[in-house]
Design a protein around this ligand. Structure first.
Ligand SMILES: NC(=O)c1ccc[n+]([C@@H]2O[C@H](COP(=O)([O-])OP(=O)(O)OC[C@H]3O[C@@H](n4cnc5c(N)ncnc54)[C@H](OP(=O)(O)O)[C@@H]3O)[C@@H](O)[C@H]2O)c1
Length: 180
């Protein structure tokens, strides 16, 4: 079971501050939806996997993310989650659960920092959808270094919204040496 990461990062690879996002970019939110919602398998839905703190950071009216199977990673056995939202104690376990479900298509790990740190190291992580935002937002949560194992396969023009400049970049895991 492979998955991709979806993330927005600043120049210092910052992704979050004081438990939330340091920016609000509607084009980035639209891209997030465009990546995670459309489903490649008819009759199926995609999966979004997130850490407990990212789940808690979502405004109540936006969670669970609609049209997608939401899985929250937490060691807490007493988490109260809405019907249909799954909880797993690790990312590996979440992927095992997903493998057993029939009607799922693509899997996306959507944060936060702690979950990304584990996810990006796994062989199953085959792609990164990254929004690169200009500037240093003095974040307190960071995305790991993007290693040479990932190559850029798509890059947007520089975009601007609310005085912030950013671009979208898709990375794909390199194949065997012969593919590099
Ligand atoms: N810029 C972006 O694209 C983006 C995306 C998502 C989130 N964020 C930001 O990131 C911040 C939250 O990130 P965070 O690192 O503080 O928290 P997080 O990764 O969202 O959640 C951390 C919690 O999730 C569980 N968890 C995470 N990884 C785990 C693992 N590998 N194994 C077992 N349990 C795991 C643990 O829950 P328990 O303590 O319950 O065991 C842990 O305390 C917020 O500021 C949020 O706004 C940014």
């Amino acid at each position: 079971m492979t998955f991709s990461i979806v993330v927005a990062i600043d120049e210092k690879r910052g992704i979050g501050k004081s438990g939330g996002l340091p920016w609000r970019l509607s084009r980035d939110m639209q891209r997030f939806k465009d990546i995670t919602l459309p489903c490649t398998k008819p009759g199926s839905r995609n999966v979004v996997v997130m850490g407990r703190k990212t789940w808690e950071s979502l405004p109540a009216k936006f969670r669970p993310l609609p049209g997608r199977l939401n899985i929250v990673i937490s060691s807490r056995s007493n988490m109260i989650l809405p019907d249909g939202v799954l909880c797993a104690s690790s990312l590996r376990l979440a992927l095992e659960i997903v493998q057993k479900i029939q009607d799922v298509a693509d899997v996306f790990v959507i944060g936060g920092g702690m979950l990304f740190a584990e996810a990006i190291k796994l062989d199953a992580c085959q792609g990164l959808y990254v929004t690169h935002i200009d500037g240093d937002f003095l974040c307190d949560v960071f995305f790991p270094q993007i290693s040479e194992n990932f190559k850029i396969v798509n890059k947007s023009d520089l975009l601007e919204e609310q005085g912030l400049r950013f671009y979208f970049c898709d990375y794909k895991k390199r194949g065997p040496i012969s593919d590099r």
